[in-house]
Ligand binder design. Structure first.
Ligand code: HXC
Ligand code: NAP
Length: 280
């Protein structure tokens, strides 16, 4: 679909780039000529991914341990990356989520998800944004949101409120910083099979079937599809797209908001017990 130099000489940081969608984007951006940095809480995961992608594709990719919830983790990483020159693209992809009845959630459960998704995105966006603005550099921020960020969703409420905040941040800064060279885009993906998402949100064939029955295309999205959409949106080819969230969900939202709202209302008590965290 793209020429192999689409992202040549772009320096890109992907949060949560060691697994799932973040890893797939890292792979695609590397193939398209970018220098890629990935971060996550687990150092061994990001380092292994970087080594594997470097061996299979070549190019430059490095993995860093960084917890996006904490500015004291984010600032040193961004400072270290900036020491070699400005980044061109930030991808806010790191997230946390689980399926649960809201009245059963502790304050800590809310904090855990909001910390990663919303505070993490704010921390990273400000750390890069301030540097871009101060030096009058151009930059692009791609946020991986969800289809229910605009509508809300039952049973994934911490994620819904956090992702809504991410989209509000994206749309606000698209206006505030757009004229100063910083472009904001987002993707609202439908379900794409990853270990992280499916183990927490769609752990049984019955839940997966409900989701597929509800989707007009009766299939999941693929890692290739989201990586290619991401590549286009961060590329110069998409230079006039600012403040926009692109739905990539097979038309799921048009068939009725949030599959989780539909699913959760049909789940028996025993299924909810199964979704609870295992005692540590
Ligand atoms: C209720 C839960 C819970 C669950 C955790 N908690 N899982 N409550 N139901 N299933 C509660 C815990 O009891 C605890 O509260 C609090 O949340 C924090 O849990 P910890 O395990 O201590 O937190 P932490 O180690 O920081 O882990 C964060 C996490 C975890 C979000 C809970 O799931 C994680 O690390 N996720 C990262 C990856 C991920 O989630 N990927 C999926 C993204 S998919 P107490 O009060 O007991 O201390 C996505 C969109 C999918 O976002 C859309 C698909 C279509
Ligand atoms: P995933 O593999 O679990 O990815 C989440 C990543 O975030 C992990 O690599 C995780 O690594 C990292 N992470 C979590 N907390 C972090 C923190 N505090 N600091 C830094 N990194 C952290 O799940 P995924 O499915 O690929 O999800 C990727 C993105 O797509 C998320 O934004 C998710 O909301 C979105 N999404 C996914 C789907 C889907 O169906 N898969 C649908 C809609 C939206 P560590 O645990 O090592 O930190």
């Amino acid at each position: 679909m793209f020429t192999n130099d689409l992202l040549k000489s772009k320096r890109i940081l992907i949060t949560g780039g060691g697994t799932g969608i973040g890893r797939a984007m890292a792979e695609r951006f590397l193939q398209l000529g970018a220098t890629v940095y990935i971060c996550g809480r687990r150092r061994e995961v990001v380092e292994k991914t970087a080594a594997e992608l470097s061996a299979s594709i070549g190019g430059t990719i490095e993995g860093f341990a960084c917890d996006v919830r904490y500015p004291e983790d984010v600032e040193p990483l961004i400072e270290q990356l900036w020491a070699k020159g400005p980044l061109d693209v930030l991808v806010n992809n790191a997230a946390g989520n689980f399926l649960a009845r809201t009245e059963e959630l502790s304050a800590h459960a809310f904090e855990a998800v909001i910390g990663i998704v919303l505070k993490g995105t704010i921390n990273m966006t400000l750390a890069c944004g301030r540097r871009w603005l101060a030096a009058k550099n151009k930059g692009v921020v791609l946020n991986i949101a969800t289809t229910y960020a605009d509508t809300g969703s039952a049973y994934v409420v911490p994620s819904a409120v956090a992702k809504a905040g991410v989209v509000a941040l994206m749309r606000s800064l698209a206006v505030e910083w757009g004229g100063r060279g910083i472009r904001f885009v987002a993707i609202a993906p439908g379900a794409i099979r990853t270990e992280g998402a499916f183990s927490r949100l769609l752990p049984t064939p019955a839940l997966e079937k409900m989701l597929l029955d509800h989707n007009p295309l009766h299939r999941l999205g693929t890692l290739e599809e989201i990586a290619n959409l991401g590549a286009f949106l961060i590329s110069d080819q998409a230079g006039y797209i600012n403040g926009e969230m692109v739905y990539m969900d097979g038309g799921e939202m048009l068939a009725g908001a949030s599959t989780f709202s539909l699913m959760g209302r049909q789940m028996p008590d025993a299924a909810w017990e199964m979704m609870k965290p295992k005692k540590k």
